[in-house]
Design a protein around this ligand. Structure first.
Ligand SMILES: [Zn+2]
Length: 365
């Protein structure tokens, strides 16, 4: 964007509201290689993502002599082409000053290394996210580690399904992520970044990823939310192989409570879907959704169940093979939350984790 501009008029005249959220720019969004100015010095573009996700939103911030990029897209040819179209079109003649990544997931980080190398600039991330990315891009092996097999067995996967998964090898993360820079600038909760005319405050959340950075411009009323708050879909919250005794859903719910301390009138710029206002309504709906599923799950555990036996309760639909991993992680996270809360007990039989409900009430002490 050579000149900061007002919101595109053809989009701005179709605002709508749904479930307590208002989408001031309507349903439309920029295509790959296109950029829409959504506020002074803040550009919005999209990068292609295969599957139902379809796209990731990327943000381009005026930063003195050039632009700072927030998130980068997957390292796949059409996403590289989208950047080339931007650099030949809306960003022609501009340089990039830095690349900021909200978290390590490949659709956010994938092209960060490629971009930082191209422009000779730094990557800015939280330490937890950067370390995860460095770890996962170097951990490539022919077969999954024994811990992975144990994890799938614990969730109730059949030996056949485990064998089929093992066939795929280990280290797919690195296949869609360009080399992650070996040095970075660390972001921490509460940091204030001066980027062009705006000051962005780092607000860290957890549960979807270890140390997810949101950027909040208090004065300008903007929030770059990453995957920490999405308008229509719920962010995946999984119990991960790396910390099988953690409580990611507890961290996620605590992060929702933390984000509710932000002003309700921020324009939220999410990584998927369209910009919206109604932050508190969305956070309340997310928390209520998880608590509703936890209550249903607790009732379902009158008989001992494995994670695999809980999909119908948690998702209300059959889980296709290609989403089995995410569904398993999500089910394990909900079961683990009930266990940590003292509402369920886990019994391990031949490596399989069976959860059953414990009676509710203060008498459990
Ligand atoms: Zn993510």
């Amino acid at each position: 964007m050579s000149e900061p501009a007002a919101p595109d008029a053809s989009l701005a005249d179709t605002p709508y509201s749904h479930k307590g959220l208002t989408y001031p720019l309507g349903r439309a969004g920029p295509g790959p290689g296109e950029m829409i100015a959504i506020a002074d010095g803040v550009g919005w573009t999209r990068s292609p993502v295969p599957g139902s996700l379809n796209h990731i939103n990327l943000w381009i911030l005026e930063d003195g002599e050039g632009v700072a990029l927030v998130d980068s897209g997957l390292d796949i040819p059409p996403a590289r082409e989208a950047w080339e179209a931007l650099f030949a079109g809306p960003l022609a003649g501009r340089t990039v000053t830095r690349v900021i990544c909200t978290h390590f997931h490949p659709d956010h980080l994938g092209l960060a290394g490629w971009l930082t190398e191209r422009f000779g600039v730094r990557l800015w991330m939280t330490r937890g996210e950067w370390l995860f990315a460095r770890m996962l891009t170097t951990d490539v092996r022919k077969e999954p580690p024994a811990e992975a097999l144990s994890y799938w067995r614990a969730a109730g996967w059949s030996e056949d399904r485990i064998a089929a998964e093992a066939e795929k090898g280990w280290g797919r993360f690195a296949s869609v992520v360009s080399p992650v820079p070996v040095a970075m600038v660390r972001l921490q909760d509460g940091d204030r970044l001066q980027i062009g005319a705006r000051t962005w405050r780092i607000v860290v959340g957890s549960g979807h990823s270890p140390e997810h950075a949101c950027l909040v411009d208090d004065e300008g009323g903007l929030m770059i939310a990453g995957d920490q708050v999405l308008p229509r879909i719920t962010s995946n919250v999984s119990l991960n192989l790396s910390e099988p005794e953690a409580d990611p859903l507890g961290e996620w719910l605590a992060s929702i409570a933390k984000l509710k301390q932000l002003p309700d009138d921020l324009l939220v710029l999410p990584s998927h879907g369209e910009p919206f206002t109604g932050l508190h309504a969305r956070l309340d709906a997310l928390a209520a959704g998880h608590h509703g599923r936890l209550d249903a799950l607790h009732a379902h555990l009158a008989e001992p169940r494995r994670a695999l036996d809980c999909f119908s309760i948690l998702f209300g639909r059959k889980i296709e093979d290609n989403s089995l991993g995410l569904a398993t992680g999500e089910a394990m996270a909900h079961l683990r939350w009930l266990e940590v809360a003292g509402k369920a007990a886990r019994e391990v039989r031949e490596g399989v984790h069976w959860y059953r409900a414990l009676p509710e009430g203060p008498a459990s002490a």
